[in-house]
Write a protein that binds this ligand. Structure first.
Ligand code: ADP
Ligand code: MG
Length: 723
């Protein structure tokens, strides 16, 4: 069986890995060596050009087109010195993947030679033939013009390959009518919107320097590693990224002996190399450790500006996959590669800050600073309360459905964890807000009695989808395989809207009473917290009681992608995205359409793989074993022995149920009565997935009874524990 061959190959594996000598080249010497950093720019660009570029990068000023040629020529020289032969505009289509089109620096000349060229225009704008990327109806193939536009704020870098290197230029991808066809454009727009609103609060508190307030993101990535021999012996892993069958192993994660345990040697070697590659790209990877499930790991960088973090996250996923291959492994980024063991998420840590004010979600040392902190914090709480549906929708995918809403971390109900101290502060504000004479023990914001706020939220709650962790919020519902751009766009925009609301309220009251800042803040905070407190929950998010309680509080519980995606285009959401110039109605609807289509495609591919596996691998193995039992039975009978037919009977029943399961799934796949995208999603969710699950139940039972030497697929035990 392919399984036996895989096991033998793993056992006889000869390591071909090269050693990295960090003694010869210390880790810090690798850092950013392949990045066109500010310091490289400073060395290679005329001073005025450099300064103008930095103003665009740091302060969000418009790019001066005059300087493009000079920058292009400097980038080209730098890249060619590093062996680059090509340049690529890298963009981020709605598939969530990274796309690139390569062009050579060389152009033929009339005298039969060649010349290396790279103009400002080539740097700033490209025209990939992106007609086959999903655009959700924005762009029909006949007018397939899409442009890539240089994103100055995300540094250009060099991607190495054993046979040459490529200069990569991060770009936005828009249609010829200017509509965003990608995931980057809305991130940039949402950062602008957030900055604009945050400045108003800073102004209210007397900070008028105008330094750009950027959202910051630190994504923690979870992933699985399995030996490639197993990967290739599992058509489901190869095609669908997850196992569609597989009985629970005798030992799973019950012992908790993997979590934070010693990292296996091959894995550690892989991590060192992956991290070195990420270092070269200027991606500040910081932590690594084992995760809860056997074979599961995590890597996390230091946070960066949201736009750069999103690009770096895409590179991180590519690098993990590529490096795993070199070490004879496959890196699985799917949210739930193995049923019954922990799935993988991507915790997106989010905050906002500026070069002059620092992190705006850091509680300060003075009551004044704390009052400002509380306003930003209240804005986040309000945003999450008002837009739970949207937050749920931006993490909805076929893969993530196996985590969210499936008794795993975190639940599909969006709530906020504040930690006891901060929750207490808000409770007190709420209690005292309504009356003018504050009962004792009630907080008065902005005056000296405001106590020091928690500097470090010592208590941690792993079950909350959206948690305050001392100086940032952590959005834990994001899927491991997802681009973080969608979640960042949502967070930036809903919080911008909320900050706008808060700023307007405060501005209005101080306009009528210039000395009334403290009172204005006090009444705003208590109003927000009174309205939005249903979304605050500090308890166990997995528990049955919370589900009941959340329903009582009127919180949404959207269990599946089919339920959640429509939240992307509710009237309030459409209005908000349009108001802040982040996504037009058409752009938003195109996203809904694309993601619905992706969900259906993912489910159909999985269903076809399950069907074909069941037919061509499982069924043959089952009847071979059934035949063996039957002939044993017949032979024994022929020589006068009685054979207890229980085993044969139950085997026969399982084979029958396998045949039925195959027929039912096939029927569900072939049912094309759904006509609208909504109906198609529902059909996937309500008919195809349940048939796959029913089929799986039978197959997993078979795995437990069929003779081991016949079973064709590597088992969970083998994949998770043999390294
Ligand atoms: P934990 O597993 O305890 O959550 P990690 O160290 O694995 O902690 O990850 C925390 C992440 O939060 C890191 O990526 C870190 O850079 C990020 N982070 C810290 N401060 C901020 C901030 N102000 N904005 C965004 N992310 C932040
Ligand atoms: Mg975390």
């Amino acid at each position: 069986t392919p399984r036996r061959t895989a096991v033998a190959s793993v056992i006889n594996r000869i390591s071909s890995q090269q050693t990295i000598e960090f003694v010869d080249v210390p880790a810090q010497d690798y850092y950013s060596t392949n990045v066109f950093t500010k310091s490289v720019m400073k060395d290679r660009l005329p001073k005025t050009v450099f300064k103008s570029l930095v103003r665009t990068i740091d302060a969000g000023e418009k790019l001066d087109p005059e300087i493009a040629d000079i920058v292009a020529s400097a980038i080209k020289d730098w890249a060619m010195e590093k062996g680059a032969t090509h340049y690529a505009h890298v963009f981020y289509p709605l598939t969530g993947a990274t796309a690139e089109k390569h062009d050579s620096f060389l152009s033929p000349t009339s005298d039969g030679g060649t010349l290396s060229e790279f103009s400002g225009k080539q740097l700033c704008q490209g025209e990939p033939d992106g007609s086959s990327f999903p655009s959700g109806g924005i762009r029909v193939t006949s007018q397939a013009r899409g442009y890539t536009i240089w994103d100055v704020t995300s540094p250009a870098y060099i991607l190495e390959n054993p046979n040459g290197t490529t200069l990569c230029i991060p770009t936005a991808f828009v249609s010829w009518t200017g509509e965003a066809l990608d995931k980057k454009t809305p991130v940039l727009r949402s950062m602008q919107a957030l900055n604009k609103q945050a400045q108003r609060i800073l102004n209210i508190f007397g900070h008028e320097d105008g330094a750009f307030v950027a959202s910051t993101a630190g994504p923690e990535q979870e992933y699985f590693l399995v030996d490639r021999n197993f990967y290739y012996a599992r058509p489901d892993l190869l095609t669908a990224g997850r196992t569609l069958f597989g009985a629970k192993p005798p030992k799973g994660q019950e012992f908790d002996d993997h979590y934070f345990g010693a990292i296996p040697e091959r894995v550690l070697a892989f991590m060192c190399e992956a991290e070195r590659e990420l270092f070269k790209l200027g991606i500040p990877v910081k932590t690594r450790h084992n995760e809860v499930a056997p074979g599961q790991f995590e890597v996390a960088p230091v946070f960066e500006s949201a736009n750069v973090a999103a690009d770096h996250q895409q590179l991180m996923m590519l690098t993990l996959r590529k490096t795993a291959e070199k070490y004879g492994m496959a890196c699985l980024l799917h949210e739930k590669p193995f049923a019954g063991v922990n799935g993988s998420g991507k915790h997106v840590n989010w905050s906002l800050g500026s070069s002059s004010q620092g992190n705006l979600l850091d509680p300060g040392d003075t009551p004044h600073e704390n009052a400002q902190f509380l306003v930003f914090c209240a804005a986040v709480i309000r945003a999450v309360y008002k837009h739970q549906g949207l937050l749920r929708a931006v993490v909805a995918s076929a893969g993530n459905d196996h985590r969210l809403g499936a008794n795993e971390a975190p639940p599909a109900i969006i709530s906020i964890f504040l930690g006891d101290q901060l929750a207490d502060v808000f409770e007190q504000i709420k209690a005292g807000g309504a009356s003018s004479s504050l009962p004792s023990g009630t907080l008065e914001v902005g005056v000296d009695v405001l106590p020091p706020l928690p500097k470090d939220a010592g208590d941690r709650n792993r079950t909350s989808p959206f948690a305050f962790t001392g100086n940032r919020f952590e959005f834990r519902a994001v899927g491991s395989n997802q681009s973080i751009s969608g979640p960042l766009v949502a967070m930036n925009t809903i919080i911008a809207e909320s900050i706008d609301y808060c700023a307007t309220k405060i501005e209005e009251s101080i306009a009528s009473d210039p000395d009334g800042l403290n009172a204005a803040i006090q009444s705003l905070l208590s109003e927000v917290i009174t309205e939005c407190s249903p979304v605050i929950f500090n308890g166990d998010g997995y528990s049955e009681e919370w589900h009941k309680e959340a329903e009582k509080r009127g919180l949404l519980n959207l269990k599946t992608t089919a339920d959640a995606l429509p939240q992307l285009a509710t009237p309030e959401t459409i209005e908000m995205f349009a108001n802040y110039g982040v996504l037009s109605e058409r752009e938003l609807e195109s996203r809904l359409e694309t993601y619905q289509e992706q969900y259906c495609m993912t489910v159909s591919v999985e269903a076809s793989v399950a069907l074909s596996l069941a037919r061509t691998m499982i069924f043959p193995a089952a009847i071979r074993y059934q035949n063996e039992l039957a002939s044993t039975c017949a032979n024994l009978k022929a020589v006068g022995y009685e054979f207890d037919t229980d085993t044969l009977d139950s085997m026969t029943a399982l084979v029958k149920s396998l045949q039925d399961g195959i027929a039912t799934l096939e029927h569900a796949i072939n049912d094309v009565s759904a006509t609208t995208p909504d109906e198609e999603c529902r059909h996937c969710c309500d008919a195809i997935l349940p048939s796959m699950l029913a089929l799986r139940e039978t197959v997993d039972k078979l795995e437990e009874v069929v003779a081991d030497d016949i079973w064709p697929l590597p088992t969970y035990q083998e994949m998770l524990f043999i390294k």
